[in-house]
Write a protein that binds this ligand. Structure first.
Ligand SMILES: C[S@@+](CC[C@H](N)C(=O)[O-])C[C@H]1O[C@@H](n2cnc3c(N)ncnc32)[C@H](O)[C@@H]1O
Length: 361
């Protein structure tokens, strides 16, 4: 049998991918559902936090690759999900100002997008190449004010580290956040084969050698983390993998994103109390770290964020195992409600050192 060349493999796979992209809006794939559920949960938390912290705030969600707004199979796409969340927060806090700024290049998709969003009063739509659209927005006064959440959801790999920097350098950077979706399997499989676009992407994130898909995602995160806070969720769909990255200058944003992903992807039924935590489980990682050093609540909270672990998952895993592998000592003599672990943003922000976690009782 003739041996297939890696180049032919790459060509065939990319051609297959292009065909799948054309059918993208026919039926919502599982990873798209997961991605959009995380987006929705994150947005809901993000808008609630912002609307409490400043009443007259100006919030803009910039959807650079917006698509059509809905799927032929009936599900909502990112534009409708975002607009619904904006509508909900406006009902609760009418003083804030919100805007959905969507962009879609393809003519048919753009026409559908316009039709699907017709009832939302706070939309601004354009039909441009995404980079032209982003440049125009970043050159505007609007970008320098209020809060800007960018949703970057292209089909392939056009979005490089330099583009992330450009967004933060040209907007009100402490009010800026980016959600970036990247298909991972092609990158992981074809890193050596010489597709120019893929190579440019890898080069921009400093990737030369990869051992697995999660190693891949970690390398991208580590590159981004030199300048920003960054977290991600790896989404599997059949034999393909995708990664949703979240990038911000605020630790609290990372906390909210990781918890949104945990709430979306975590299956209650799968949960079992583990007496022998395995090294790759969250509890296993916590126990391994606590064997090396005891940590107070602030240190443990930061360790979790640095290791891409949702604070909510950390709390639940520790709570389930308290007194078995993980022990807690409180720093004051007050009677403590044992369900309170002091592992959240508030204690970190106010530097409230409340308890010590260790593997010894
Ligand atoms: C993955 S889909 C977006 C899906 C959408 N975010 C959702 O969840 O409903 C990518 C979209 O980007 C559009 N697109 C492709 N290249 C583009 C470009 N250079 N500029 C703007 N849009 C582009 C495609 O037509 C497609 O609708």
């Amino acid at each position: 049998m003739a041996k297939k060349s890696p180049q032919l493999d790459l060509f065939n796979n990319l051609a297959k991918q292009r065909k799948e992209d054309q059918k993208f809006f026919d039926r919502q794939a599982q990873h798209t559902t997961q991605k959009l559920n995380i987006l929705q949960k994150y947005l809901s938390a993000y808008l609630a936090i912002l609307s409490v912290s400043a009443k007259y705030i100006n919030i803009k969600i910039i959807d650079a690759y917006a698509g059509t707004g809905s799927f032929v199979s009936g599900e909502d796409g990112s534009p409708i999900i975002i607009c619904r969340e904006l509508e909900n927060i406006l009902k609760k806090v009418p003083e804030i100002s919100v805007k959905y700024i969507g962009n879609e290049l393809q003519q048919d998709n753009f026409a559908k997008l316009n039709k699907n969003l017709i009832n939302f009063p706070f939309i601004q739509l354009s039909q441009q190449d995404a980079f032209e659209f982003l440049d125009n927005y970043l050159n505007s006064k609007e970008a320098k004010q209020g809060c800007n959440l960018f949703f970057i959801d292209p089909f392939n790999y056009p979005f490089h580290k330099e583009h992330i920097d450009k967004i933060f350098n040209n907007s009100n950077c402490f009010g800026t956040e980016i959600l970036l979706f990247v298909p991972i399997s092609h990158l992981h499989r074809f890193k050596d084969i010489g597709n120019e676009k893929i190579n440019q992407f890898l080069h921009s994130y400093g990737i030369t050698n990869v051992s697995s898909e999660s190693d891949f995602a970690e390398q991208i995160r580590n590159k981004i983390r030199r300048d920003y806070f960054c977290a991600y969720y790896l989404l599997k769909d059949g034999c393909n993998s995708y990664c949703l990255f979240f990038i911000t200058k605020h630790k609290k944003g990372i906390d909210a994103f990781l918890n949104a992903g945990y709430n979306t992807l975590h299956n209650e039924e799968e949960k079992e109390i583990s007496l022998l935590p395995l090294p790759w489980t969250t509890l296993g990682k916590v126990v391994d770290e606590l064997k090396k050093r005891s940590m107070n609540n602030i240190e443990l909270y930061n360790w979790a964020l640095n290791n891409n672990i949702a604070p909510k998952e950390l709390r639940q895993e520790i709570m389930n195992n308290l007194g078995n592998k993980v022990f807690i000592k409180y720093f004051d003599d007050r009677k403590h409600n044992k369900t309170h672990l002091y592992l959240d943003y508030k204690y970190d922000k106010d530097n409230l050192c409340k308890a010590l976690f260790s593997t010894e009782g």
